[in-house]
Write a protein that binds this ligand. Structure first.
Ligand code: N7H
Length: 438
């Protein structure tokens, strides 16, 4: 099994708390930072073993991760051998499909001075803020805070749903050696797909990098009223459905799941909330038969980002990520809903872990979601949720509408706007103790 006391908890367990804040910082005094990191911060870092059970969790869960600039600032010259990490996310923005010149990126993410990020999670904002205060006063003048993003599970019945309204966090791979009883349909992946230095991580790494993971952070704004307007304007005209149901169906086919989480492959015409809520059934499908777009579009977000049997056996897919994102920003106001226009920012604080950014997040975004020819040339198009074309129109080719297989959709405005982010390395606790803080 994995050494769970040495692995940061968010990687393999996930911070399943109502409140989570991401605090990005610059290291201005490396020697002081190192000594405080070792004496005061390291004891606060929550490992995976602690995070597994409520009883062993502290009031506020704390994790830390470093950018390449941060490691360099700390005098760490070993090469982690990940090109995307080394170059940073801003250098990757064009390849990811963000608009030229990154006009929508927050200045905090373009300034080039983010050295690390703290993740704080708890049941209350007060706990999160108290721990943030403990950490920043311990580190004193050795860091400056660049930016904090406060995120939270949505209220009431929307808990667990992202801002477009869809249940999230259903399908994450099970890591071999940690979770050897995957749910039906869940991918089971060698630990080295997520953790460095474990089985199937075939890249040469420094010894101390073992059991760390690359954390991809993206602040992805979601234009919710605009998304809803698009659905209202373009319903699927299935005879058995009302126009409202036809709009719901279009949204479900764009994602590949209904708002309840029920997969369209298993429930193609209307939502099935009982199926959505059933964790032993809601992921139990492969797209295997028939291998076409009638039940689930080839362009559907979850089919683009995990093609299941489209690629043959799941073990042939070496492009898995572990997602740990959480929504940020307020609920849509009535004024925004009635004007079909976002005036307040909301979205997803996207978090993905993998041992290889090029094979994980970057591959899913660039080679699959943004590639109109994946999975079937001429009948797929962009992922209508996350597919990015530098702000230019994105099309899907004859597979979103099951009643008119030739109907093409061209989406003029992005419903997801990248506000930027960074690539980080989330080290093991022993790496913090024996390498990063010395
Ligand atoms: Fe995605 N959404 O609400 O539409 N995602 N995603 N994602 N996503 C998933 O299966 C969403 C993003 C993946 O195993 C669900 O747990 C939104 C990026 C992968 O079958 C929903 C945003 C990337 C899966 C959403 C966003 C991915 C997945 C279904 C941004 C990678 C699992 C719930 C704001 C580059 C696929 C679930 C599988 C599922 C949504 C971003 C990847 C509802 C709103 C950037 C691998």
């Amino acid at each position: 099994g994995l050494n769970l006391t040495d692995i940061q908890g968010d990687i393999v367990v996930g911070m399943t708390k109502k409140q989570e804040t991401f605090t990005f910082f610059t290291i201005v005094d490396a020697p002081t930072f190192k000594s405080k990191l070792r004496s005061e911060i390291l004891p606060l870092i929550t490992n995976a073993r602690q995070m597994l059970k409520n009883e062993t969790q502290p009031d506020t869960l704390v994790n830390i991760a470093f950018s390449q600039n941060g490691l360099t600032t700390l005098g760490i010259t070993d090469n982690l051998n990940d090109t995307a990490f080394k170059n940073g996310q801003l250098n990757n923005s064009q390849a990811l499909g963000d608009p030229v010149g990154t006009p929508d990126w927050l200045p905090e993410f373009t300034a080039g001075n983010i050295h690390g990020v703290f993740l704080f999670a708890s049941d209350t904002v007060d706990n999160v803020n108290a721990t943030l205060e403990t950490v920043t006063s311990a580190l004193g003048a050795s860091i400056t805070q660049v930016y904090s993003l406060q995120a939270a599970v949505r209220p009431g019945n929307e808990a667990g749903h992202e801002h477009f309204g869809f249940l999230d966090g259903i399908s994450n791979p099970a890591i071999q050696g940690f979770d050897d009883t995957p749910l039906p349909g869940q991918a089971s992946v060698p630990a080295g797909e997520i953790l460095l230095g474990e089985q199937n991580d075939n890249v040469i790494r420094p010894d101390w990098a073992k059991d760390g993971s690359f954390l991809v952070f993206r602040q992805l704004q979601q234009l919710v009223p605009e998304f809803n307007k698009y659905l209202t304007d373009n319903p699927i005209r299935e005879p058995a459905l009302t126009p409202e149901q036809g709009s719901e169906l279009l949204g479900a086919r764009m994602v590949g799941r209904w708002k309840s989480g029920a997969p369209v492959f298993l429930s193609p015409l209307v939502d099935n909330p009982a199926l959505g809520a059933n964790s032993s059934a809601n992921n139990d499908f492969t797209y295997a038969a028939p291998n076409n777009a009638s039940l689930c579009p080839f362009s559907a977000h979850i089919r683009k980002t995990r093609p299941r049997a489209d690629l043959g056996a799941e073990s042939k897919n070496t492009h898995h990520i572990l997602r740990g994102g959480i929504p940020y920003g307020p609920e849509v106001t009535t004024a925004e809903a009635s004007s079909n226009t976002s005036t307040i920012e909301r979205g997803l604080a996207f978090v993905a872990y993998q041992s290889n950014i090029g094979a994980g997040f970057q591959f899913l975004q660039q080679t699959w979601a943004n590639n109109p020819n994946f999975f079937v040339k001429g009948t797929t198009g962009f992922d209508p949720i996350i597919g990015a074309n530098h702000g230019n129109p994105r099309w899907t080719e004859g597979n979103l509408d099951p009643t008119i297989p030739t109907r093409n959709f061209t989406i003029i405005t992005d419903f997801i706007v990248s506000r930027g982010g960074e690539y980080f390395f989330s080290p093991s606790l022993s790496a913090i103790a024996n390498k990063i803080s010395v």
